[in-house]
Design a protein around this ligand. Structure first.
Ligand code: 5GP
Ligand code: ZN
Length: 141
């Protein structure tokens, strides 16, 4: 689908354009931060670039830097009234991405809040570790 069509159907682009309302907490020329509609914690915030990119790897360096800067700003604010926070960032449906406009979740955390990851650890042989390490290094070139 061409990028302009994607932007027209993208819920986060609609929020950026003001066509869909949001509970905005911060905005600058490159990024927007607003409360998640379905929070898993009080203050669960999403940080997005104003330019439409589907996944984190697609962003240009300037946009990526701006998004991280805003994520850090939100994290610092969240830490003023919480014990900690998670930054979660899903890319592609197989990884749990529902909205195809890159976004960073900042989830405030407190002791006993009952939130937990459900990632299962896997066992890898030395050979498998070597293979995957080489694969990543090869694709980095
Ligand atoms: P994902 O699973 O793609 O990483 O997360 C997408 C997030 O966007 C979800 O947590 C969902 O609640 C949130 N979301 C989806 N649509 C809207 C919306 O229209 N407004 C707001 N504020 N959040 C949304
Ligand atoms: Zn978008």
């Amino acid at each position: 689908m061409p990028i302009l069509d994607k932007m027209e159907t993208c819920i986060f682009c609609k929020i950026i354009n003001g066509d869909v309302p949001c509970d905005k907490v911060y905005e600058d020329d490159k990024t927007l931060a607003f409360l998640d509609l379905n929070p898993v914690a009080r203050g669960h915030t999403l940080v997005i670039p104003k330019k439409h990119f589907e996944t984190m790897d697609e962003m240009d360096e300037e946009t990526a830097a701006a998004v991280i800067e805003t994520t850090q700003k939100i994290a610092r604010a969240v830490l003023k009234f919480n014990d900690g926070y998670n930054v979660n960032q899903n890319n592609k449906p197989e990884a749990g991405q529902v909205v195809p406009h890159v976004h960073y979740h900042i989830v405030p955390r407190n002791s006993g809040d009952g939130l937990h990851y459900c990632w299962n650890k896997i066992d890898l042989s030395e050979k498998e570790i070597d293979e995957v390490k080489v694969k990543i290094q090869t694709f980095l070139k």
